[in-house]
Design a protein around this ligand. Sequence first.
Ligand code: P5A
Length: 445
Amino acid sequence: MRLSRYFLPVLKENPAEAQIVSHRYMLRAGMIKQASAGIYSWLPLGFKVLRKLENIVHEEQQRAGHIPMLMPTLQSADLWRESGRYEDYGEEMLRITDRHGRDMLYGPTNEELITDIFRSHVGSYKELPLTLYHIQWKFRDEIRPRFGVMRGREFFMKDGYNFDVDHDSAIHAYNRHMVSYLRTYERMGLQAIPMRADSGPIGGEDTHEFLVLADTGESEVFYDSAILDLKMGDRQVDYDDWDQCRAIVKEWTTPYARTDETHDPVLFDKIPQERRKTSRGIEVGQIFYFGTKYSEPMGATVVNAEGERVPVHMGSHGIGVSRLVGAIVEASHDERGIIWPEGVTPYHAGIVNLRQGDAGTDKTCEDIYGALSAAGLEPLYDDREERAGAKFATMDLIGLPWRITVGPRGLKNGVVELTSRKTGESEELSPELAVKRIQEIYARP
Ligand code: P5A
């Protein structure tokens, strides 16, 4: 993409309404614009990051054997009356009446809708296990939407639903989700800690939230710092292997880690003092096992191997995809702007032409742009007639991990400059080598 042809409405001033850094930088970098309280338009740069996160979620879900689909945003109230949640859900549910006077709602979550799909089409244990998911907009009429996309009213969520014949296989589904979520967050450059939590309006007893540590997080968390040493890394996971998934879950759930809702001071005090940590955290996902909470009242049953008709065992699993964009910025920024992890960056590298209109710098920039594009990478070329300072400030603000700077002085010696956004370190090398280096960086697993 050439900046002269892009739409990147960066703001020079700090917007007064933004209280936390991610909200401030997302507005200033031209990623989002508020449409109304807690509702945002995703401008091209923000949309690109959102799509990258969505793709990672899709890839990791399908790696775990989960099946993508798409359900609507608007739902009929009747299904929610069947489960008993229509009244229970309270003011967070946006209720709508259509022209025929029918009660509708903008879905805050989809347990009822998916259970209805299941009961219409599945009747035997032979069709199980089954996990269906989608990534779709949700609406919760939060009393206090704030912090930009972190606590929105309209937000983008991956929600998945497992259907299993009995408790044990549903627990495997729970474990499988935990493992796949750990991989998903790691690919996004985040450390998200699973913590025992409270199930709220979704229900059930087994539930973990995934929290990214950040001072601006809305949850208070208590944990054993030993958990920070755990990594999924590049270990091979067989998602059908119950024992392997259980062992990984055990590894991550053995060190103490809880939100304030489930915190147990007695257990916490048993951790060696130097490892006992209290902090704030951003909830970027939550998984639930709730058994037959929805299947029983809604009559979602299967015939088991013994020939008995039994309610299906279910769980649901959510990732806050739009919230994650903000969470990544909270976890990765400095005083000049965002620092995107390589796995989620909207563009792989920025190209800064220090003297636009100079035949030599223009040609070298075009060559680098062409070579990176041909290698399947997406460069963002700042080809505007702007001062060098302004170009650097924009690149720093939008946070691409790598910048190639092309100026007449360097070109005299046949070199350009390759700079890491994270460390600020620069290296002079030939344009060809700079391209090769970027290719190598993104070829890493
Ligand atoms: C699990 C999937 C559920 O709704 N039903 C389907 C279950 N879980 S949850 O914890 O309530 O939400 C899942 C994740 O969505 C994100 N989230 C939000 N993001 C932005 N703004 C909001 N107002 C908001 N509410 C929830 C969180 O990341 C949460 O973990």
